[in-house]
Design a binder for this molecule. Structure first.
Ligand code: OGA
Ligand code: NI
Length: 313
């Protein structure tokens, strides 16, 4: 099997531009995932975000997680747990407006670093969308516009720690799913592994790498590209030793954005993906995240509209 795609973004500036664009295209078509190095986000900012995230976990989250685990008896389970994940997590929203000032227990320094990091990630997400446009033969700005809605994209960060788990085969760090949104940028622990994607029926590790950013594509890009690019199933397997940090930022459509396949990507008689309002998709996803994505798409197809999304699942 080919190796997990690593893209050196700096190579876009020189002789290797064409080969690098090709590599991105191949990753989008065949993996749904790739890992970026030399992405332009300052390493010292990443180091600060990592240090503050780990400090915050130890100070504010770890004890709470331990209490939850013992109250649910999760350490001693004998059969597979299907309704919970072995993760300690909190969410931040950046766009359409930031809620960072309202999240409790964050130091000023942590708030400031996360804001700065999110701004860099937002820029990187939009750069990547344009690279995808180029590879897809779409005009520059097409994907950004497609996700925009009336108030711009929704951009948020899920900050997670996956503590050591005594039964990683029975309780997943995060159960298998595809991501609902547009493009996802992940700053993951550089030592403790655990993220896996499903490729050709096998779970493949996403290798930890210092200062890299892992990218993956969500369901909305699958719809807009009319299936040229696919959202790929992934999961987190917690480790028996070591806590894994994961800071996942989701660049998603605005809630009222109307999502549909780009007309130039529809070959004749080949319109397979539906049209819908992103918010409606998210309402469905909230209930069906850990199930296959196909019924979600089916629910919005023309012939099912009268039944409504709920009656079809
Ligand atoms: C997610 C996700 C991966 C990770 O939150 O959707 O896939 O490594 N996270 O935490
Ligand atoms: Ni995910």
């Amino acid at each position: 099997m080919d190796n997990f795609p690593i893209i050196n973004l700096e190579n876009l500036n020189g002789d290797e531009r064409k080969a690098t664009m090709e590599k991105i295209k191949d990753a989008c078509e065949n993996w749904g995932f790739f890992e970026l190095v030399n992405h332009g986000i300052p390493h010292d900012l990443m180091d600060t975000v990592e240090r503050l995230t780990k400090e915050h976990y130890r100070k504010c989250m770890e004890q709470r997680f331990k209490e939850l685990v013992s109250s649910k008896g999760l350490e001693a389970v004998q059969t597979e747990v299907k309704d919970m994940d072995w993760e300690s997590t909190f969410h931040l929203r950046h766009l359409p407006e930031s809620n960072i000032s309202e999240i409790p227990d964050l130091s000023d320094e942590y708030r400031k670093s996360m804001k700065e990091f999110a701004l860099k990630l937002e820029t990187l997400a939009e750069e990547l969308l344009d690279l995808l446009c180029e590879n897809l033969g779409l005009e520059k700005g097409y994907l950004k516009k497609a996700l925009y809605g009336s108030k711009g994209p929704t951009f948020g960060t899920k900050v997670t720690n996956y503590p050591p788990c005594p039964k990683p085969d029975l309780v997943k760090g995060l159960r298998a799913h595809t991501d609902a949104g547009g493009i996802i940028l992940l700053f993951q622990d550089d030592k403790v592994s655990g993220l896996q994607l499903l490729k050709d029926g096998n779970w493949v590790d996403v290798p930890p790498m210092h200062h890299s950013i892992v990218i993956n594509l969500g369901d909305q890009l699958e719809v807009i590209t009319n299936g040229k690019y696919k959202s790929v199933e992934h999961r987190v397997v917690a480790q028996t030793d070591g806590t894994r940090m994961s800071i996942a930022s989701f660049y998603n459509p605005g809630s009222d954005a109307v999502i549909y396949p780009a007309p130039t990507l529809i070959e004749e008689n080949n319109e397979i993906y539906p049209k819908f309002v992103f918010e409606d998709y998210m309402n469905l996803y909230a209930r069906l995240k850990f199930q296959a994505k196909e019924p979600r798409f089916e629910a919005f197809k023309e012939s099912n509209v009268n039944l409504g999304p709920i009656a079809t699942v």
